[in-house]
Design a protein around this ligand. Structure first.
Ligand code: ADP
Ligand code: MG
Length: 676
């Protein structure tokens, strides 16, 4: 049997099953044998109802009295009575309406879940439910559960894999043999066998480690090779000019913090090197990254190079253009703004100025990467909120230069140190870990809708003091139309209700860029007291006089996003407040409690990592382009091992092509961050 053979050619896989597989993205034998279980159920310890105690339990039972109720919007509860020969218990499922049908079918199930005291009685909460007839009880009692993509049943996957067992046994090693030996890893075939047909959980752990090691090895090998390739490029030489930098710093209305100074110095030094810079500037929201980029752009301009600064939204691009012109124009450095909003003659003139070099610093959205934009001498590229851009967009901007420009990526998404190596393997990193002097921690508080009036009183107090307020509404569902509706509704409500005597503005993504700019400008100038907005204000927006942000339905946001949004306030030495309004009266989650307690983005990132797992965070950072199946990116020890092997592999100058699939795997990751 060939690994490329279609699944349809396997015994027992008829056209219907083959269709189910292919709908789930599984076409070849290889696809299926590398489709790994999502989790395992241990059916070896079945508890009789009579003996059940609180804790994680598995019972074998029939269902009685299945019922699904819609308790309120957004909450459906399915309940059932589970019965075996020794007694009965209750079970409950939240928001799993599909359970209803499953539980009404005849026969016995294995239920696994937490037996606990909730809603005034002991019950099994959200247990998994597997038909006994579908579980291969006779042999392995630890049963792999596969992701049910488009209704694909675990049982079907298991059955087909049994047919493929001999093929798996014969699969060739994918890692270099010496590495398998040195690191005492499970051979590839053994690892797949252990994952699909586990004898015990220890074996599963070892198999996962082996595959995780391999993924990390690929990732770090790609990073090491990228770094090496970047070292071989020649960059623009931008000479450090002390007087130029000093004159820039002297005219700032504030003193740079030590970490801003350190980050700027890192960049200036990179400018003088023979190889192009590839640096990440990581600094928590409000830490002052823009001015660091401005300083470097000033240095580049004085050496005769242009700078391109790309930001993810029009609001942000125009804000940067404003800030940077005020810092740079007085020094004779021309700043231009290019967004979709610049049209007609103005756009043509701007193109010409960029092409003849009379504009030194070009700030813009992804409009910058259009073909028509030709630079005179692009030496320095800054990507703000870099995680918002795809690889292709970054590359396209870099290609606007004849020679590889220096690249500074900026991000306010702090990621835990343990992830930095894997996520940003080949980048040099500068960190701004302090906020400008005099900033007070933002006071953050969760709020229940029943106390809304009291909250509005507090907000009114701030407005009376001359401060401004953001009210952020989230999207209900993943539907931008509904999002727009919800912010419009909120806007109307506030205008006729508690704040009818105040100036209220509205901002959402569906507005034209001219409208958005206008509203933002009026808010910046203090002409709007309350800005009701969608999450378009999430990143970057800087209005120092705004001291209150009220986030509606805060429980629907992730931790990182809440932290970002909160960063819209606390941008001056005024005391600022972040109010997290709950959707209903249920108590705040752990996530919300953490953000109440801490203003530290790095700490919150660590918490997020613990609560949600690395896949989620990694996905966000890299736009989901890395599809890691097993690797735990938080596993520092495994990362260190993989890195050591990757480094040695590159040093030994071995040929990637010598190993099955290695070159392909590595290339997949290389495309993500390579400079050229
Ligand atoms: P971010 O790192 O989130 O991009 P910004 O660059 O937008 O932050 O800066 C936030 C605010 O802090 C801006 O209003 C900026 O002018 C101000 N700022 C930056 N550096 C300092 C500093 N050293 N002292 C005081 N204010 C500063
Ligand atoms: Mg910023």
């Amino acid at each position: 049997m060939n690994l490329d053979a279609p699944l349809a050619s396997i015994k027992g896989v008829g056209p219907k099953t083959a269709k189910m597989f292919s709908d789930a993205g599984l076409v070849s034998v290889l696809d299926l044998v590398t489709f790994l279980p999502r989790k395992y159920e241990d059916f070896s310890e079945v508890t009789a109802m009579r003996d059940i105690r609180p804790g994680k339990r598995t019972v074998k039972a029939r269902c009685e009295k299945v019922e699904t109720k819609r308790v309120r919007r957004g909450l459906q509860i399915t309940t059932a009575t589970l019965v075996d020969e020794t007694g009965k218990i209750s079970a409950v499922w939240f928001n799993q309406p599909y359970r209803d049908k499953q539980l009404r079918s005849d026969g016995e199930f294995y239920f696994s879940g937490e037996y606990e005291f909730s809603y005034n009685r002991y019950q099994l909460t959200n247990p998994s439910a597997e038909k006994v007839s579908e579980v291969p009880v006779s042999t392995d009692r630890i049963v792999p559960i596969y992701r049910a993509i488009k209704g694909l049943k675990s049982q079907v996957v298991r059955k087909t894999l049994i047919e493929l067992r001999p093929v798996i046994t014969m699969m060739a090693e994918t890692l270099p043999d010496d590495i398998v030996k040195k690191e005492k890893l499970m051979p590839y075939a053994d690892a797949l066998l252990a994952l699909h047909f586990p004898n015990n959980m220890d074996e599963v752990e070892q198999a996962r480690d082996r595959l995780a090691f391999e993924e990390l090895f690929h990732l770090l090998l790609a990073a090491t090779l990228n770094k090496k390739a970047n070292m071989e490029l020649s960059g623009w030489y931008i000479k450090f000019d002390k007087e130029i930098v000093k004159s820039f710093v002297d005219q700032l209305p504030f003193k740079l913090t030590d970490s801003q100074r350190k980050a700027a110095w890192d960049i200036i030094q990179d400018f003088e090197r023979a190889t192009p810079m590839n640096r990440l500037l990581q600094g928590d929201v409000g830490s002052g990254k823009t001015v660091v980029a401005g300083l470097a752009a000033r240095q580049a301009a004085s050496a005769g190079f242009q700078t391109a600064i790309m930001a993810p939204t029009e609001i942000l691009a125009s804000q940067h253009a404003k800030t940077l012109s005020s810092m740079l124009e007085p020094l004779g450095v021309g700043v231009g703004l290019l967004t979709g909003n610049v049209k007609g003659v103005a756009r043509k003139v701007l193109y010409e100025k960029i092409a003849d070099g009379s504009v030194n610093v070009v700030v813009g959205t992804h409009a910058l990467i259009q073909d028509k934009v030709k630079f005179h001498r692009l030496g320095f590229v800054v990507i703000d909120e870099q995680h918002r851009f795809g690889v292709a967009q970054r590359q396209a901007l870099l290609q606007k230069s004849d020679n590889m420009p220096h690249l500074l990526s900026m991000t306010a998404t702090p990621i835990p140190r343990s992830l930095a190596l894997t996520v940003y393997g080949e980048l040099d990193v500068s960190i701004i870990n302090e906020r400008p002097k005099g900033r007070k921690p933002i006071l953050t508080k969760t709020w229940s809708p029943v106390d809304r009036e009291g909250l509005y009183d507090r907000i009114e107090e701030q407005i009376v003091m001359g401060r401004q307020v953001y009210v952020v509404c989230t999207l209900i569902d993943d539907n931008p139309m509904l999002e727009q509706k919800s912010v419009q509704a909120e806007y109307k409500k506030l205008r006729v209700g508690p704040f009818k005597h105040r100036q209220i503005g509205l901002l959402h993504g569906k507005m034209s860029s001219a409208e958005k700019d206008e509203v933002m400008a009026r808010f910046s100038d203090g002409k709007i007291d309350i800005l009701v907005s969608t999450t378009v204000v999430e990143v970057g927006v800087d209005v120092p006089n705004a001291t209150v942000i009220l986030i509606e339905n805060a429980d629907r946001f992730g931790l990182a996003q809440l932290h970002q949004l909160r960063g819209r306030v606390g941008r001056s030495d005024l005391q600022s407040y972040c109010y997290l309004m709950m959707s209903d009266t249920t108590p705040p989650t752990r996530r919300l409690k953490e953000i109440e307690k801490s203003n530290d983005g790095f700490y919150l990132a660590e918490v997020d990592l613990k609560l949600r797992g690395p896949g989620e965070i990694y996905g966000r950072v890299q736009h989901g382009q890395l599809n890691l199946q097993v690797a735990t990116l938080g596993d520092a020890r495994l990362i260190a091992r993989a890195q050591k092997q990757a480094r040695e592999f590159v040093e030994s100058k071995r040929d990637l092509l010598q190993y099955i699939g290695l070159a392909e795997q590595v290339e997949k990751y290389q495309r993500l961050t390579k400079l050229n």
